[in-house]
Each structure stands twice: as C-alpha cells, then as structure tokens.
Ligand binder design. Structure first.
Ligand code: E4P
Length: 214
C-alpha cells in the first residue's frame, strides 16, 4: 500500500519525506488555507519535495472552467494530480482531462456508484472519505470494500485513495482490504509508528545495556 500525507504543511511534508516511506501528498482548499505560503509557491515546493503524485484541488464548478483551471494547475509541476469533486460537470471535465493525459483524483466520493463513474471517465484515483462517513454513523470502511470489489470485478485500474482517515486502525483495515493508497494526516502518521510496549522495551534494553560488561 502507498502512503500519502494529507496536508499542505511544508514542515510536516519534509519530516515524513525523511522517513523514507512517503509516496505522495494530498491537499485540499481547507488544508491550503491553514498555510501562510502563496498557493502556487506552496504547490511547487510540495511537488519538489515529494516526487510522487501531489493532489491539488480545482474549485471551478462548470466543466469548461474546471478544465482550464486543471490545465493551469497541472502545469505547476510534472507530478500534479488535479482533484475534481464528483459531479456531472466534474465527470465531463475528468473525461476531457484524462484524454489529455492529466492525472485526475476524483474527490468527495461517498458512494460506490460515484467511484465507478469516476473510474469509467478515466480518473487515475478516487478518494472515498471514510472518516466523514463514520462521523455521521455510517460505516466508512464498508465503502472501501464495495469499491475494491467492483474494481476487482471489472479489472479497473483506477487506484483507491482511502481519505479522511482519523486513526491508525483505519490504515490497517484499508490495508487488509487491499486499498492502493491511504492518505494520512501527520498526527495519525506519527501514531502509526508508536506503541507503548516499544517505548517500554527500548527503555529496558537501554537500562540493561548499562549493566553489560564491556
Ligand atoms: C483527501 O484527499 C482529503 O484531503 C481529506 O482526507 C479530507 O479529510 P477530512 O475529512 O479530515 O477533512
């Protein structure tokens, strides 16, 4: 499974990039709004740090506007994936942009039918938001299972990005299903590494190392 970082914060991206496990980054307007760097400079710098796909969202709503905005975003760096919300206008734009070879990440996916249509239009990625489904007492991970089954049934190569991740168990469950990618906030990425028994074990080994005859 590939690990993307779900942030627009350069310090977080530089840090996780140094761990040697980072395959890409996803941003969205809300994440970019938290940063003080000018939008285009931010996107270019993220794309320089991370060689893998960097998702950047289109905010236009009509397909001709989405298409021209996406073309501009795709020119910022070679590894840009344009994020387009799933709507009818979005589908038209996804089809046109994919014909041009632009990587599209279809975002705000909350049903398997939306994922199937995005894939059929040619999207490279679909981003089902599982945490937001859990937040309204639905079963976010059940959506990942449905999409994975449908994509397997038809040998669809569109990659599933499990998004809106809230805790490490989401990542493990996504991996058990066989999702292609998890996009993970920095706080959860940090929790994935840690375990209290690891900390206790390190402390004991260090203490005992002090008693070893050298
Ligand atoms: C995905 O690409 C989105 O940026 C993100 O996962 C949304 O997560 P949230 O529900 O925590 O805002």
């Amino acid at each position: 499974m590939k690990f993307f970082l779900d942030t627009a914060n350069l310090d977080e991206i530089r840090d996780v990039a140094s761990w040697g496990i980072l395959d890409g980054v996803t941003t969205n307007p809300s994440l970019c709004a938290k940063e003080s760097v000018r939008f285009e400079d931010l996107v270019k710098e993220i794309s320089r740090i991370v060689p893998g796909p960097v998702s950047v969202e289109c905010v236009s709503e009509k397909s001709p506007d989405i298409i021209s905005e996406a073309r501009k975003l795709a020119k910022l760096a070679k590894n840009i994936a344009v994020k387009i919300p799933i709507t009818i206008e979005g589908l038209k734009a996804i089809y046109a942009l994919c014909q041009e070879g632009i990587m599209v990440n279809t975002t705000l996916i909350f049903s398997a039918s939306q994922a199937l249509l995005a894939a059929k239009a040619g999207a490279k990625f679909v981003s089902p938001f599982i945490g937001r489904l859990d937040d309204i007492s639905e079963e976010g991970m059940a959506l990942i299972e449905e999409i994975a089954t449908i994509f397997d049934n038809y040998r669809i190569t569109t990659e599933i990005i499990v998004a809106s991740i809230r805790h490490p168990r989401h990542v493990v469950e996504a991996a058990l299903i066989g999702a292609d990618i998890c996009t993970i906030p920095y706080s959860v990425m940090d929790k994935l590494v840690r375990h209290p028994l690891t900390d206790i074990g390190i402390e004991k080994f260090l203490k005992d190392w002090g008693k070893v005859k050298k």
